[in-house]
Design a protein around this ligand. Sequence first.
Ligand code: GSH
Length: 289
Amino acid sequence: MNDTASPQITLFTSTASQWAYVAHLTLDEKGYDPSEYSVKQIGLVEGENFAPEYVKINPNGTIPSMTSASLPEPLVDSADILKYLDSNRSKGSSLFPGDPKQRSKVEELIAHVHQPQLSTNLILLQARDVQEMNAKKAGIWKVFVGNRQEKLTKYGAAHPEIPLYASRTPENGQLYRLYNTEIGPEHQQFFDDSHQGYKDFAAGLNKLDSMLVLPYAVGEKVTAADMHIVPWFAHALWGAGGEKIQDLHPLEDLIKKSVPDFKIGERIKAWWKNISATESFKKNYPNLH
Ligand SMILES: N[C@@H](CCC(=O)N[C@@H](CS)C(=O)NCC(=O)O)C(=O)O
């Protein structure tokens, strides 16, 4: 991994990382040519986001990150990457509206979908009962949790000086144990927390519905808010089993198990239809069409 080669910008990404798509969508929305940046894949499913070489770039061990010859240090958060790509490229209109009210709405929406209550890890990794737990255990999520624990333990032993491992190893370890023991009493708390998680997620979706302006997130133009809401919503739909952009019902059904009268709001549906017709969306989510 080095950032000295031309082109100047390097995006560290993973096809499995929802927040990396903030960067990919922005690159396309702002009209960057692929020759202007290079892309390095980090194996998220393999736990390679914890590799010491990557943690040197991003001490949080999260994806995405970006380095550029014109930056004093790497950018390690999707919101900062978007801002950099937006201001670095004067071509086209900014993804941040000039109007202060609209601008604060953009920031509010970005913060909304990044809050822990709306983390899609709920859908991907948690379970509310034995049946859901067994389905997770039989699929890729057990492999994901296991790979992470293996890498955290290995890298942590080799690099006691890196603080990330001390916090992330026990955190992932809890999940690792739930995925690797017979269903027992310790799972009940996990099931209850997950059930509450879905109630909170439903409340967050309803709030989002009330915040959207249309046709795009804050009005007539695509903004930074859309660049953040799209990857989050796409990941939630995908995690719930949706294969096409029209497939909102798997997510709706999943939530209904905890909130029986839940429905995805009409504004979200209209916004999704509009934003999924944009070129940058179609390029980045061909599998959703
Ligand atoms: N606030 C960060 C969050 C990034 C993030 O959590 N990325 C996920 C993938 S979408 C990740 O790297 N997870 C790995 C981990 O936390 O161990 C951003 O927006 O860039």
